[in-house]
Design a protein. Structure first.
Length: 228
């Protein structure tokens, strides 16, 4: 079957955030129209959010190729995802049965191949509605407060002592993935490694040149987010 999105040149570059979250590209928001249009990765992220499985599987293969060397045969790992809000996933006026993080986590697991020490599981569930949409919160502190207490674990026994690979689509301030990580660590996870498709490029990043031009060194999986 012909790949409808073969024109998108997807070259991952690893960007570290806070020592335990790893993005594999950058996302220029749609209001940065020119940069967004010229960025294959940004355009592919939009397609992934809309459930384009060809793109999600390409992303899954690229990310699996990056993280497989960190997976130790002597340790147990669970790949999970940041859960969507209750009800159908809403994105750009469309409804989707499953969110991009869910589909991406499944693709990463599939692309890692058969490994007895790596399982796929939905470990988190949303237990309440957000007071407002995350993009309506104008500071990192408000974004964090908006998701505090939003998630709960589904099975603490499946978490205890495990290395957790936590998958999301886009990292903006990190409030959501940090709250999910906190819940997993409180449930007994050994550590958490955040994996996201892209880190959002803010205006301040363009001013300071914070985003690296070259991939960063790959850390050990065991050096993931530590328990507080």
């Amino acid at each position: 079957m012909r790949d409808r999105y073969g024109f998108l040149d997807l070259k991952p570059r690893e960007i570290e955030d806070s020592g335990w979250i790893y993005a594999y590209g950058v996302y220029y928001p749609r209001h940065q129209a020119v940069r967004h249009r010229l960025s294959s990765w940004s355009r592919a992220v939009i397609l992934a959010k809309r459930g384009a499985m060809e793109i999600i599987d390409r992303f899954g293969g690229l990310i699996a190729g990056k993280i497989h060397r960190r997976i130790l045969k002597s340790e147990d790992y669970v790949i999970t995802h940041v859960p969507a809000d209750p009800g159908p996933v809403q994105y750009l006026f469309g409804e989707y049965a499953r969110g991009a993080p869910d589909l991406l986590a499944e693709s990463i697991h599939r692309n890692l191949g058969t490994r007895r020490n790596v399982v796929l599981a939905s470990l988190l569930v949303t237990v309440r509605s957000k007071d407002r949409k995350q993009h309506q919160c104008d500071t990192p502190a408000k974004r964090l407060a908006n998701v505090r207490g939003l998630y709960a674990v589904t099975d603490s026994q499946a978490i205890a002592g495990k290395h957790i690979v936590l998958v999301d689509d886009v990292l903006t301030t990190g409030a959501t993935i940090r709250e999910c990580s906190r819940v997993l660590l409180d449930a007994g996870a050994r550590n958490v490694m955040g994996v996201v498709l892209a880190r959002t490029v803010h205006g301040s990043d363009l001013d300071t040149g914070e985003l690296p031009d070259e991939p960063m060194p790959e850390p050990s999986m065991v050096a993931g987010c530590p328990a507080a």
